[in-house]
Ligand binder design. Structure first.
Ligand SMILES: Nc1ncnc2c1ncn2[C@@H]1O[C@H](COP(=O)(O)OP(=O)(O)OP(=O)(O)O)[C@@H](O)[C@H]1O
Length: 251
């Protein structure tokens, strides 16, 4: 059993300018980890590199002991990627979409069917299971995309802003599905701007600012670093302000 579900070392990416600057990050198997950071901090870029959608300029990515840059297919088999812009085929129903995705992963048909029905029930999509996705709201599409990402039973789930745009009931269903998965040993890393979600769900929180991991730890550890009993919002704003001033000092 690998000691880490995800290990990033010196992860670096530039577009017109440096966007991810030497990020080191280790996540334990079964851990729920939230990445927080201001807009444009580089969170999505980090996750896209982990998911194999972008090639880093430098650094390494190890997914459950697999070198994801040397063997991306083996790494992708173990993980799921859920983008903040769900891509689901309009002309398929949720059940057809899940069947299609399970086929791509060569999931054994009986298991695929059971898994699809379980996910559809968990996410409260059963009343719409045979309707075309083309008529769905963004929130419903997000749930179908999540179900599609989980149908091959990944060990590492990577989610970019999975709760944005979901109503309270749908957000709870998604949170319940993720909790249920982590309880069975699956690892979750997600970005969120909803601090209350990070506070309630994540075991550890990493704060990204200007392409660097400027702080990480449990909520208690982050509080201790700020040196006072306060809300995650205050901690976050303090850490980002500190991160920005140390970057200016270094410049
Ligand atoms: N394909 C790309 N080409 C050029 N620049 C990019 C590309 N993708 C991201 N960027 C830039 O990289 C920076 C970091 O973007 P990224 O989406 O990783 O930030 P983020 O922390 O996820 O932000 P948000 O919270 O707003 O989603 C931004 O300045 C963005 O414009």
């Amino acid at each position: 059993m690998p000691t880490s579900a995800l290990a990033l070392s010196g992860l670096t990416k530039s577009f017109e300018r440096p966007v991810v600057r030497g990020v080191d990050l280790t996540i334990r198997p079964g851990e729920f980890y939230a990445l927080l950071g201001p807009n444009g901090a580089g969170k999505t870029t980090i996750l896209r590199m982990v998911a194999g959608l972008l090639r880093p300029d430098a650094g390494s990515i190890t997914v459950l002991g697999v070198d994801a840059l040397a063997d991306p297919v083996a790494a992708k088999r173990r993980m799921a990627w859920v983008s903040d812009e769900p891509m689901v085929y309009d002309r398929l129903t949720p059940l057809e979409y899940l069947d299609f995705v399970a086929g791509l992963w060569q999931v054994e048909p009986v298991r695929a069917k059971a898994s699809a029905h379980e996910l559809i029930d968990w996410l409260d999509l059963a009343p719409h299971a045979n309707e075309l996705c083309g008529g769905f709201s963004k929130g419903m599409l997000q749930k179908v995309a999540l179900a599609g990402a989980l149908v091959h039973d990944p060990d590492l789930i990577i989610l970019d802003e999975p709760l944005t745009g979901l109503d309270a009931g749908s957000a709870r269903q998604v949170k319940d599905v993720l909790r249920q998965r982590t309880a069975s040993g699956v690892t979750v890393i997600m970005t969120t701007h909803i601090l209350e979600v990070a506070e309630r769900m994540a075991e550890r929180i990493g704060v990204i600012a200007d392409g660097r991991l400027i702080a990480e730890g449990t909520l208690a550890q982050l509080r201790a670093r700020i040196g006072r009993e306060t809300t995650l919002e205050e901690i976050f704003l303090d850490l980002v302000a500190q991160g920005q001033s140390s970057a200016e000092d270094a410049a």
